[in-house]
Write a protein that binds this ligand. Structure first.
Ligand SMILES: [Zn+2]
Ligand SMILES: [Zn+2]
Length: 444
């Protein structure tokens, strides 16, 4: 028992209130009393939160002017709570949010957090930062995953300040998101499609859905072709400015220009010689990633213009065929841009194309012009690039190699595909196909 024995008097609003006089208390007593008051406060806050949620419910928008807050002239339930209690706007919102969490089922993954508030173990502020930091479930960070994370945070909470707890909750969420970058990327990729449907009136409708990486490629090409109609690069050269002006003056609507660009892109692609390995110019897609993340093999890359991160598999696959450009940062400022590191020169690609004759994946018929050059050895910084280390893979099979852990190995100057364990537990190498005329002539 501490020297402050008047806790029960706190709630007796008819009796005059006397604050304690702790000057003569021992240190331990002082802290014990502070702890007890915090506990009482957590209980009153839990009760206040439930009431706040009820005020919010009675003021819900669909009630219009008959809602509680509106009837009393307050703009929102939170305003009314502020007026009634004298707490800050931020506190009123937190109280309402946590109250809602305690009383309804809309956030079942935070059930344990609600229970902890009700039991007087967690404060409203703690519950609110856990709620905000963890965010809402999605396709990969499920309710169960968030419930697990919430339990972990509740366990850590007693040793953390509210500020630290808030940071910890945000950290945990981004870790969960990071763990799921590859899964989410694959999930989005599986949703991709393009429909080409002839209509009764003779027109043909095109509709589709692009995953972020496909979108990055296509958006960059369209931006370049229709700039400045749809944003895109700003031109500084006179030539560029004149061209941009011609596009602005073009009598076609932006949508018509988009369609014509689409047709032109397809036409140019079909005119390209099948035997040519494209991609000797600058890549149109940029992916940013830190060296640290690549070194640790943990993290994600960011496609320019796309908000979803991409997995390190995707980063490595793009680097594998397009090369890398190191950018050195000093704090927030780029300090230096290194020389582009391309793994295969255009001349090397011609030689590889002559040898492979197209995608080397068994049964694949994509010609060299449809392929990317893949490094047979695991991609490394500054790895030396020899013709015998490169093989042609179409985009689909290149993706399969990096994202689904197929490997291309070289044995006695022949190439083999090693399936992942999930496909072949013995991982028996499958001979790669070679359709190159030169190779056939030479090897027979
Ligand atoms: Zn590759
Ligand atoms: Zn292929």
């Amino acid at each position: 028992m501490t020297s402050y024995g008047a806790y029960s008097a706190l709630a007796d609003l008819n009796a005059p209130f006397t604050p304690p006089s702790p000057a003569a208390w021992a240190d331990m007593e002082l802290l014990e009393a502070q702890r007890t008051l915090a506990q009482i406060r957590r209980r009153t806050d839990a009760a206040a939160a439930v009431l706040a949620a009820e005020i919010k419910h009675r003021s819900r928008p669909e009630l219009g002017y008959t809602g509680l807050a509106a009837r009393l002239g307050a703009r929102t339930a939170e305003n009314l709570i502020q007026q009634t209690t004298g707490i800050s706007k931020h506190e009123a919102h937190a109280l309402t949010r946590v109250g809602t969490l305690l009383t309804n089922e809309s956030t079942p993954w935070l059930g344990a957090v609600g229970d902890s508030v009700t039991a007087g173990e967690s404060s409203v502020a703690e519950a609110d930062v856990i709620r905000a930091g963890l965010g809402t479930p999605d396709d990969t960070v499920t309710e169960a995953v968030l419930a697990h994370a919430a339990a972990q945070l509740l366990a850590e909470a007693p040793d953390l300040t509210v500020e630290r707890l808030a940071a910890r909750a945000r950290e945990l969420r981004s870790e969960l998101d990071l763990d799921n970058v590859a899964e989410r990327e694959e999930m989005m990729r599986s949703r991709r499609y393009l429909h080409i449907s002839p209509q009764a009136d003779g027109m043909t409708r095109v509709s589709g859905l692009l995953d972020p990486e496909s979108a990055a490629t296509i958006v960059a090409a369209f931006d370049a072709a229709t700039s400045p109609r749809r944003g895109g690069p700003r031109f500084v050269s006179d030539d560029g400015k004149a061209r941009a002006q011609r596009i602005v003056d073009d009598p076609r609507t932006t949508d018509q220009l988009m369609l014509d660009t689409f047709v032109d892109l397809v036409r140019i692609a079909t005119l390209a010689d099948d035997g040519t390995v494209l991609g000797s110019t600058q890549p149109t897609v940029h992916i940013l990633v830190t060296k640290r993340e690549l070194d640790l093999d943990r993290g994600a890359g960011h496609l320019e213009g796309q908000k979803d991160p991409v997995s390190l598999h995707t980063v490595r696959r793009n680097a594998c065929s397009a090369g890398t450009i190191p950018i050195l940062f000093d704090g927030r400022q780029p300090l230096d841009v290194g020389r582009a590191h391309r793994y295969f020169s255009p001349r090397q690609k011609v030689a590889i194309a002559a040898r492979d004759g197209g995608c080397i994946f068994p049964g694949c018929e994509r010609p060299p012009s449809w392929t990317e050059t893949h490094h047979t050895d695991e991609w490394q910084y500054g790895g030396k690039t020899n013709i015998r280390d490169g093989v042609l893979l179409c985009r689909h099979h290149h993706m399969l190699t990096h994202n689904n852990k197929w490997r291309v190995i070289r044995k006695d100057n022949r190439y083999y595909l090693v399936p992942p364990r999930s496909i072949d537990p013995d991982q028996t190498p499958i001979p790669a196909q070679s359709r190159g005329i030169a190779a056939r002539k030479l090897i027979g």
